[in-house]
Design a protein around this ligand. Sequence first.
Ligand code: HEM
Length: 327
Amino acid sequence: MATSRLSVFLSLVVTLSTVPVGSLASDPPLTLDYYSSSCPTVLEIVRKEMECAVLSDPRNAALVVRLHFHDCFVQGCDGSVLLDDTFTLKGEKTASPNVNSLIGFEIIDRIKNYLESECPGIVSCADILTIAARDAVILVGGPYWDVPLGRKDSKTASFELANENIPTANEDLRGIISKFLYQGLSITDTVALAGAHTIGMARCENFRARIYEDLGGSSHLSGLKSTCPAAEGGDDNIAPMDYVSPNVFDNSFYSLLLKNEGLLNSDQEMYSSVLAVQTKGLVRKYAEDSVAFFQQFSDSMVKMGNITNSDSFVNGQVRKNCRFINT
Ligand code: HEM
């Protein structure tokens, strides 16, 4: 039984890892100095605005990091997640992983407004989100990395792909890994990037099933039953995914997985699933070695940020307002 499940998994891995998504060799490369003459203050402006946002509420760091992730997993990092619904465009904001869940858009609006007054029509919303996510991580204690730039904003969004491509809390390990492989990200990238759950909150709806299963004695997770009742109600009540240090970007998220205290089923699966052969070792490694985690997280964020939308280089634009396509 275990062997056949494993072979299904492995054949899926082989199949999916051959599916090309994201950038093509012919796409213009992203570069570190893309705005050095057209908008030399871009990094300073984004940093300043992110400092204000995180100072006013540290959770804002988590919101921006998640926005970037949900952008990149749908048509590549092209700002598609930022588009509002209009009569002619069905955006991604009401797709099931996003609705009532994805917030923080006004932080990106503020940065965009500032940049439009400094260098109008130059900096794409997709690039703003990528820089802002990097700054968010630094501002709550995480690692620095250089951000390749030069993305264009899409003129389209995909409600369907947002539903299909973004992993969900109750998905098993096989499902989660396939969705990362599909984006050209490895199992190592998957485990490292999930470490973003060291900051931020989840809603009861996404951890109810987890806290009412047999938890092997986690008093912390049992204690969340008062926040998240078994029956209807309380769906939007929130709890931190890393209750030890919810506002600090560190490796304590992985230590929680070792104690079977991951809040999301999908996170705990990386350590506890019968298929967690490779992922278990990585969880242990990152729990023991925060330098290794920081290094891999930085590399994997660059890799995720480099999932570009080939079409946007041809048909894309720099939006004036991140919520709407330029008329
Ligand atoms: C591994 C697969 C992943 C799954 C299944 C997943 C799922 C989720 C869920 C269900 C939530 C809570 C949302 C809510 O309750 O409204 C969440 C929050 C969050 N996710 Fe993920 N996620 C994954 C990977 C990632 C990645 C790769 C990143 C970024 C690199 C990320 C960043 C975040 C952050 C920062 C939050 C907290 C947001 C807040 O405070 O509102 N996640 N994730």
